[in-house]
Write a protein that binds this ligand. Sequence first.
Ligand SMILES: [Zn+2]
Ligand SMILES: [Zn+2]
Length: 113
Amino acid sequence: MGIKYKFTCSYCVYQVVTSGGADSGLKSLTDTIYCKDCDSISDVKIRDGIKANWTAPTLEKKLINNVSIIHHDDVSLPLVCPQCESINTELWDGTCPKCKRLMVCGEAVVFWD
Ligand SMILES: [Zn+2]
Ligand SMILES: [Zn+2]
């Protein structure tokens, strides 16, 4: 099961609900991308099927590592922005799309399959 957290930029107060990097549902692996075309942050499926023995990083780990968001190392699907269908995207580095400062991981808000 995947978990999405509320990330907040403490500078410009922008908020986004996202897994914040590598995550996994029952049937697929997801990761978090940043779209350079529409400045949005989205969770997208990066591989069909799940990895045995893989567990998503915990909130504690996300907080400690939010300077460097943890990503899957085996992305096999194109990173297509679900908002604008652009492939001008990259794995999210944890920074705010508005002001480029590091966002802070907050409480878990969505549990998904
Ligand atoms: Zn900001
Ligand atoms: Zn986009």
